[in-house]
Ligand binder design. Sequence first.
Ligand code: R5P
Length: 264
Amino acid sequence: MEWGMKNRLSHLIQKDGKALFLPVDHGYFQGPTHCLEKPAETIKPLWQYADALMLTRGVLRNCIDPTISKPYIMRVSGAVSVIGDMTAESIVTSVKEVIRLNASAVSMSVFVGTGGENKSLTNLGKLVDECEDYGIPVMAVTSVGKELEKREARYLALVARISAEIGARVVKTYYCKDKFEKVVDGCPVPIVIAGGPKTETQREVFDFVYDGMQKGAIGVNLGRNIWQTEAPVASMRAIQAIVHKNYTPQEAEDLYNQVKAGKA
Ligand code: R5P
């Protein structure tokens, strides 16, 4: 691996081999998402605990102080909306722009088992070709079919492996309770777990993050289950402790309660 690629990956994956990404890119297809109406305000108390942010160029330029010393992953796919065909994404940001805005990596969505399957995978191949020329890692944001009903290990493993075969350097996938190790073991590049829609309790998040990491994920790319919660900073710090300090779900919950009560 070349120096530039290694260096950029080291911005994202820390010396302990783990990673905590904070995505705030949801507006790219959802518009002003709940609790992300003003991204600068959402990010302000949280970014210091993240290893990297994930966002679009528009939010970066308008909401992020350029003197911030925090790596970020730029989402470069989009041109769809929540009221249209969400699987018909195109690449909407050039690699020249990615370099100009000093991103450490780029991300794009792939949709296996949908009408957008071939187009998104072809786009992934093209993006990887171009980014590899400049030592920029590509993270594949994977999804299968109409999302929730296909969050089973066999489908998640399928899309993760296909994305890695095409050249993604990191794969983001959803967690599944049953046989998640199959997803990790079948994918030759690091896996990070996304959160999905907000869970009923914070403990559910701590449980699945912990279990996913025990089964080989290197970390998380968690958005709504942090910034849509009652106590985002407490949630972020508890998840950071699971990712980087091997906290158990119970220890994370204790930390969460302490931070929430202003005692830590
Ligand atoms: C989708 O909107 C984005 O790619 C998110 O970055 C990704 O789904 C992770 O965010 P969440 O944990 O809210 O699902």
